[in-house]
Design a protein around this ligand. Structure first.
Ligand SMILES: C[S@@+](CC[C@H](N)C(=O)[O-])C[C@H]1O[C@@H](n2cnc3c(N)ncnc32)[C@H](O)[C@@H]1O
Length: 247
């Protein structure tokens, strides 16, 4: 059976494979994704932060260590939220199980909204970006990572690959991947589409990055060289435009 969004992570076999993958040395999240996210974040001291699709919320711990004033993590997966609640006890963290499709944003509550490797599960990103716009304070920022469109357009089974076939790049929509012993749907959209969606929801794009590998984050030359072959992740950082300035 194919799964969408957080349902996938609520299969216990998938969930345990996912947590093992994240603990592997030289995993792509720690070597490629996290370094760029941390660069894009800048100074978080005193900021109220919302993390959409927070998973086990380890990022919340990192952000509080960096001095953020408040962290709110939401995720649709019971397994993920249970894990986050077991691991993290802190007075400035709140964790909530909510599907992003059902999420009702508070008005002007956060300085920063982050989301790591979640938006490629969502079909209606335009509505989510509008809700993020509502939830941000004036001048607030959104920073997110997704699987790179080159990857969501290929979606071969996971494993050590030697070639990639990018096809139907401009046909956007759900594609099925066999991953972590299960079957999951990921929504392919082009790089241009991510950019346009942000602009259409009244954000000004500040930065775009593609997980270019940096030697200092790898243990071996072999993995470093392999990671130079294809971009795994795409990152965008954008600032909330004052809607009045659109006129
Ligand atoms: C690859 S994991 C990333 C978790 C975390 N952001 C991290 O980087 O460690 C993707 C997460 O997105 C969540 N997710 C996917 N679709 C969702 C949806 N529609 N609503 C809420 N959460 C969703 C999943 O439950 C899962 O925790």
């Amino acid at each position: 059976m194919t799964n969408r969004g957080s349902n996938f992570y609520d299969h216990n076999d998938v969930f345990s494979q996912y947590t093992s993958l994240r603990e592997r040395p030289e995993n792509a999240n720690d070597t490629l994704e996290k370094p760029v996210m941390m660069d894009l974040l800048g100074d978080v001291r005193g900021k109220a932060i919302l993390d959409l699709g927070c998973g086990g919320a380890q990022f919340g711990v990192d952000l509080l260590q960096e001095g953020c004033s408040f962290y709110h993590g939401i995720d649709g997966s019971k397994n993920m939220i249970d894990l986050a609640k077991q691991q993290i006890k802190h007075e400035s963290i709140t964790l909530e199980r909510v599907d992003l499709e059902e999420w009702n944003p508070p008005v002007a509550q956060y300085d920063l909204v982050v989301s790591r490797l979640v938006f490629h599960y969502l079909e209606d990103l335009h509505t989510i970006f509008d809700r993020i716009h509502t939830a941000l304070k004036p001048g607030g920022t959104i920073i997110f990572s997704v699987e790179h469109p080159v990857i969501t357009s290929t979606l071969q089974p996971a494993g050590l690959r030697t070639s990639w076939v990018v096809d139907d790049y401009f046909s956007m929509g759900y594609r099925t991947q066999q991953w972590l012993g299960g079957s999951v749907e990921k929504y392919h959209r082009t790089l241009e589409e991510y950019f346009q969606l942000l602009q259409g929801s009244s954000f000004t794009v500040e930065s775009l990055k593609e997980s270019s590998p940096r030697r200092e984050f790898f243990l071996s030359d072999e993995t470093f060289e392999r990671r130079k072959r294809i971009p795994l992740f795409l990152f965008l950082k954008a600032t909330k435009k004052d809607v009045a300035s659109n006129c």
